[in-house]
Design a protein. Structure first.
Lengths: 882, 114
């Protein structure tokens, strides 16, 4: 404020000084005999342009740029308010573009940029095995076995402290007052919280010695959120017992609010020390098994130790370890990774997916920019007179350009602020797209990174779309001002036509990308899965949690099935160890019993599913030959198996497989009789090729963990609720670890495809809207400018149809160019998304043609509306125009 | 009108500063007075336009080579007069010697035999 008062005083002084100069000059001239009027005029002329002199003198004061900026801003706001319609239109389209960019960036930020909630995250390193030869980012980083990490911890010199964690939390069952609740449990070393630099909100964190001997310290920490929501925020929570997977643990502390661990996206509710993991996960070998790769090291380097030094040291240690155990860790080195929210091995995939989205939203923003530039170009034409007057009054060309740029940056700022607001509204909706089965906690926060991104994006946007109109508005020749500047307006319209062509092209690329995803999703949903998802529900339990003996387990299956079958609406019910297309699978070496194992069969295994009687009927699978499993195939009875078509044609092409025998290496080399043949389906992923699969009878190969499936006529949710109720009645300690309709269950497999189709679809729609309005605007503007010409032609006898055809064909020529350009662009770009597509080419000709047609139709509409107005022009009114 | 301009010599960059400092050496002076003095002393050859004079004055003032004062003239008008500062005197000496070296060098090139 002080600055402005100072400038105001300086301004007054300058005025006085100039006035004094003029007065003296007039006095001199009058003394030389000029009349008062002559002297006044001559003195003025001699002095020159007072405004200009003031302007350049002010420059010398310093801080002039600030004053100029304030002036430009004030003037800019006035100009924007003068045409609120255009302002609003531009701001809205920029708002959409910037909101889309900011939202996608906030995902990138949360997943790839933001550090996990630990102290000094840039100093906390993750220790992975690295396969540097691997070209795929997915495979470059792998987890380590716990014993190897333990060896590294004992011998390393590079780190102040080294700890470890399991790569992701596992679901365990918490026995909560007799009812089972699924809880995400993370296994960590005793120094984990210390490494993260985190203090317990209540109680304490693990002590290092609580990690030494297996099973002796049954302690656990709970997350703050878990304590608040599931433990009722009890103040006496410390020291409370907690039964997890049947083992008794004591709560010794509550983690601070918002702490999700060193891998921040996955949200554990419970932490246990590694020493307790063998007890909790019923895996006595867990701490000594070198074949179990699921841990990641975590450490802070000593001061002065570089990342490469530490890697080299750990490499040497790993070599020592490998010499002791041949055939392990070949080709694999140690790689240190900075601590980021998403683990190293998943980062490449996420970067690929979000990269495509970033390109898409950037395209939307480009279209919005082109729209804004077009609207401003049109306005620049109408403001040519204003600009010329300002130039005549002494404004320099640079100053005029600066003024117009200030206006466009103001507009972009308006759009950017709106965009940021819109983002805070969209981002939570986006998080909700994620299926609950993915144990991720994604908070799309508007932090400084996102804010900076949005601000820079807005500024850059303002400069980009403002540059052309600014340049144009400062291009005129003062002497030809009165010739109404026809030439400049022709150049203007050429530029805006080019912009429309570019818009059409970019829009087409986006639409094609969206349509490809959509078609791929539809194909995936029409896919023959080998079963019918409609009207099926599933419920999963883990009897390990309650420690049943084999006889009790068998009794439980029988009662569970019986009571579920008796529910209203349930038509059929069965069990399976695992359902297809879930997480996890099992496989065995299997070959026809009539011949010895072929060498290649020695190395390959066949996927095996254990399913109970009536499984195929319940799932709606087609039994082609033979029978289903039945109650007579018990433990002790001869083993039976059912094949799918691919397995049958592999071993007995063209023959009847029923009655043949299979050698199953997994079961002590026993043979099983083939009793049935089912049609092919999808087992591990939707995109797999036809895979051979063997079904064994669950009753002969029982497991403590299994899924119940029921075919329901009627309300699936009611059936699920009833299953939950009856399970609780059978054993109140049991928790259903999964409970869903088969449709929802499959959502997980379709999640990436559904998300990309949805997002690209929305972006394509926004792009279409913006591009169509851009074309409409340009044609409408051209028509408005040519009203007089049209009027003359109509007066001279042209038909309305002719006018209509001519204007439409002019617009469609632009659209045609845009579509041609867009098709070649899409042809080059959609290859990037081949991995996101399912069962179809990224250059699918049908999609390309269909979208080109759709865009042509929209373009036709956008041209027809203004063209019709032109053709209806009344010649008399048109001729009086101007 | 045009012919009047043709007889004038375009001032070299920085020369105006030297002229102003030199003019102010004889005592405080206001803007119009400075432009008159330069015109008269150069025999009407150098005519400083207001559009160059005032920016130069304000620039020199900002560099603290001259300082401005508001005084009241004999006909009771507020007048802004400029005068040299100590730093300005030093600057004048430096620019003078620069100028002399430049003219000597120019003379040497233009009249090689002399």
């Amino acid at each position: 404020m002080k600055f402005f008062r100072w400038r105001e005083r300086k301004d007054e002084e300058l005025d006085a000084e100039i006035q004094q100069h003029l007065d003296e000059a007039v006095r001199d001239r009058m003394e030389r005999g000029e009349t008062a009027e002559q002297a006044q005029a001559n003195a003025r002329r001699e002095f020159g342009n007072v405004g200009l002199v003031k302007e350049v003198t002010r420059e010398m004061w310093g801080g002039a740029w600030l004053e100029r900026l304030m002036q430009d801003l004030r003037f800019g706001v006035r100009m924007l308010l003068k045409s609120p319609g255009v302002t609003l239109l531009i701001a809205l389209s920029l708002m959409l573009g910037i909101a889309a960019n900011t939202t996608i960036f906030s995902i990138v930020n949360a997943l790839l940029l933001a550090p996990p909630p630990v102290e000094r995250p840039d100093e906390l390193w993750q220790v992975w095995r690295a396969n540097l030869q691997s070209s795929s980012a997915m495979k470059r980083y792998r987890t380590l076995p716990y014993p190897s990490l333990q060896f590294l911890r004992e011998h390393q010199q590079s780190f102040q402290a080294l700890g470890a964690m399991e790569i992701e939390p596992q679901s365990v069952t918490w026995n909560h007052d007799g009812a089972g609740v699924a809880v995400q449990c993370q296994t960590v070393t005793g120094n984990y919280f210390e490494l993260c630099g985190v203090q317990a909100a209540r109680g304490r964190t693990f002590a290092p010695d609580e990690d030494r001997t297996s099973g002796t310290h049954p302690v656990a920490l709970v997350s703050y959120e878990f304590w608040q929501q599931k433990l009722g925020a009890r103040p006496d929570v410390i020291g409370q017992p907690m039964t997890i997977n049947g083992a008794a643990l004591t709560i010794i502390g509550v983690a601070p609010p918002g702490f999700t661990g060193a891998i921040g996206v996955v949200a554990p509710e419970l932490w246990i020390p590694f020493a307790m993991a063998p007890t909790i996960f019923r895996e006595p070998e867990l701490l000594t098994n070198h074949g179990r790769h699921s841990s990641v090291g975590l450490g802070r380097l000593k001061p002065g130790v570089m990342r490469a030094q530490a890697e080299a040291e750990l490499d040497l240690l790993m070599q020592r370890l490998a010499e002791a155990q041949p055939n392990r860790h070949e080709n694999l080195r140690i790689g240190l990774q900075p601590s980021l929210a998403v683990p190293a091995h998943a980062r490449g995939m996420i970067a690929g997916f979000t990269g495509i989205l970033m390109i898409a939203v950037f395209f939307v923003l480009l279209i919005a920019c082109a729209n804004a530039a077009n609207l401003l170009l049109a306005r620049a034409a109408t403001r040519r007179a204003e600009m010329a007057v300002r130039a005549a009054l002494g404004a320099s060309r640079g100053r005029l350009i600066g003024q117009v740029l200030t206006e466009s940056v103001l507009l972009a700022g308006l759009g950017g602020s709106g965009g940021m607001l819109l983002t805070t509204w969209i981002a939570p909706l986006l998080v909700r797209l994620m299926p609950e089965e993915i144990p991720m906690r994604l908070t799309l926060a508007m932090d400084w990174r996102v804010f900076t991104f949005a601000a820079l994006m807005s500024l850059a946007t303002g400069l980009i779309f403002g540059l052309a109109p600014a340049w144009r508005s400062a291009q005129f020749d003062l002497t030809t001002l009165n010739a109404s500047g026809c030439k400049a307006s022709a150049r203007n319209s050429r530029l805006s036509r080019m912009l429309v062509v570019a818009q059409m092209a970019v829009c087409l690329i986006l639409l094609i990308a969206g349509a490809l995803c959509l078609r791929s999703l539809m194909k995936a949903q029409e896919l023959n899965l080998g079963f019918q998802p409609a009207g099926r529900v599933l419920a999963r339990v883990d009897l390990n949690d309650v420690g049943y003996q084999v006889a009790e387990q068998q009794a439980f299956y029988a009662r569970w099935l019986e009571r579920t079958a008796a529910l209203p609406g349930v038509q059929s019910v069965s069990l399976a160890h695992r359902l297809p297309l879930g997480t996890g699978s099992s496989s065995m070496q299997i070959s026809p019993a009539e011949r010895p194992l072929l060498p290649e069969e020695n190395r390959t295994t066949i996927n095996v599913f254990q399913v109970a009687p009536d499984y195929f009927a319940t799932m709606g699978a087609t039994l082609l030959q033979g029978r289903e499993f039945n109650q007579h195939d018990r433990i002790g009875a001869p083993l039976v198996a059912i094949l799918n078509e691919t397995a049958a044609t592999r071993w007995w092409p063209g023959e009847n497989p029923i009655g043949r025998r299979l050698l199953i290496n997994g079961i002590n080399g026993e043979t099983a009789e083939v009793v049935g043949l089912v049609s092919n389906g999808k087992y591990l992923s939707l995109s797999e090729e036809p895979t051979p699969v063997i079904f064994l009878n669950f009753l002969q190969r029982p497991a403590a963990e299994f899924t119940l499936v029921a075919h329901v006529a009627g309300d699936a949710q009611a059936t699920l609720a009833a299953i939950r109720q009856l399970t609780k009645e059978l054993d109140p300690r049991l928790a259903l670890t999964q409970m869903a309709t088969l449709h929802d269950y499959l959502k997980l497999a379709l999640f990436p495809m559904r998300t990309s189709a949805l997002l690209l679809g929305i972006l394509g729609g926004v792009a279409l809207l913006l591009a169509a309005s851009g074309l409409f605007g340009v044609i409408a503007y051209a028509v408005a400018q040519r009203t007089r010409e049209v009027g003359i032609r109509l007066a001279l006898g042209a038909q309305q149809g002719q006018i209509l055809r001519q204007i439409i064909s002019e617009g469609m020529r632009l659209a045609g160019w845009g579509i041609a350009l867009g098709l070649s662009g899409a042809f080059a770009l959609t290859r990037l998304m081949q991995s996101m597509l399912f069962n179809m080419s990224a250059t699918d000709p049908l999609t390309f043609a269909g979208i080109a047609l759709l865009l042509s139709a929209v373009a036709l509409l956008a041209c027809w509306l203004p063209a019709r107005r032109a053709a209806k022009v009344d010649p008399m009114i048109a001729l009086r125009h101007e | 009108m045009k012919s009047r301009y043709q007889n004038r010599i375009e001032l070299l960059q920085g020369t105006l500063d030297l002229l102003i400092l030199q003019t102010l050496q004889w005592g405080p002076q206001h803007g119009y007075g400075i432009s008159l003095a330069i015109r008269n002393d150069s025999g009407e050859v150098l005519q400083v336009e207001a559009g160059s004079l005032y920016p130069a004055l304000h620039r020199l003032e900002r560099k603290k080579w001259i300082k401005a004062e508001w005084t009241v003239s004999e006909n009771n008008q507020k007048v802004k007069t400029y005068q040299l500062t100590a730093a300005g005197r030093k600057q004048l000496a430096a620019e003078r010697s620069n100028w002399e070296r430049l003219t000597a060098a120019m003379a040497g090139i233009l009249n090689p035999q002399a």
